[in-house]
Design a protein around this ligand. Structure first.
Ligand SMILES: C[S@@+](CC[C@H](N)C(=O)[O-])C[C@H]1O[C@@H](n2cnc3c(N)ncnc32)[C@H](O)[C@@H]1O
Length: 218
């Protein structure tokens, strides 16, 4: 199976157990000190997102189970939440549908064309690291295409000081099944050098998270 199909399949199968990772439950459990650092980093990036103020119509790419969709509802008038997996979107819907602010869209980001000049913000969390190098230019062009004039971008991802061999990572589900995914760890300076964009990037205090925001350099 090709790598993009494999990572789609992985996240479909992982959907029911995905939030255990966010909550640090089960095999993702951390000791007290590490958990405090994790929680502090999530709180830090949540504050950064609030300071950015993702108001208006937000396009959330790879929205998943809605951990961030839920947080976006505190700011946005409306969110279009896109993900390839009906399984993750079902969980997202359970979490956020009552707000009446979210439209759910099952689509493959690599083949889907967003509506042009529509969104005030394009947001993606833990997604850019899964975009293979040969798809990066087209991905960023898609983000630019979706933004209305004056629109902005905010991204969140996992931070790691070193890249994986070939930017690939083996992942395991609770039942032991294994998959391979693209995992390209970004450094702030690399994100800030994204062609065609003016981005400001930062690592959280406990170095679990990298986040960046900005706009097209036009
Ligand atoms: C690491 S998860 C991030 C989910 C969510 N943004 C979060 O931070 O919890 C990656 C998400 O990308 C989705 N995904 C994988 N390949 C995709 C593709 N080709 N098009 C759209 N979504 C995809 C998966 O279903 C999964 O929900």
């Amino acid at each position: 199976m090709d790598i993009l199909a494999q990572q789609r399949d992985y996240y479909r199968q992982r959907a029911p157990e995905y939030d255990q990772w966010w909550r640090r439950e089960g095999r993702y459990t951390l000791d007290d000190q590490a958990k405090q650092g994790w929680d502090a980093d999530i709180a830090e990036v949540t504050r950064a997102l609030a300071a950015f103020a993702p108001t208006g119509h937000v396009l959330e790419l790879a929205a998943g189970t809605g951990w961030w969709t839920e947080r976006l509802t505190a700011h946005a008038t409306h969110i279009t939440a896109v993900d390839a997996s009906t399984e993750t979107l079902a969980i997202n819907r359970e979490r956020t549908a009552a707000t009446g602010q979210v439209t759910y869209r099952q689509a493959d980001i690599f083949t889907w064309t967003p509506p042009e000049s529509t969104f005030d913000t394009v947001f993606f969390a833990y997604w850019l690291s899964h975009v293979p190098a040969e798809h990066l230019d087209a991905f960023w062009a898609k983000v630019g295409h979706a933004l209305r004039p004056g629109g902005r971008v905010f991204l969140i991802d996992s931070y790691h000081p070193e890249r994986m061999p070939d930017d690939l990572q083996r992942r395991r589900l609770n039942d032991g099944r294994e998959f391979q995914v693209v995992k390209r760890f970004w450094q702030p300076a690399e994100l800030e050098a994204t062609p065609g964009w003016r981005l400001t990037a930062q690592i959280t205090a406990h170095r679990h998270v990298i986040h960046a925001h900005g706009a097209p350099a036009r």
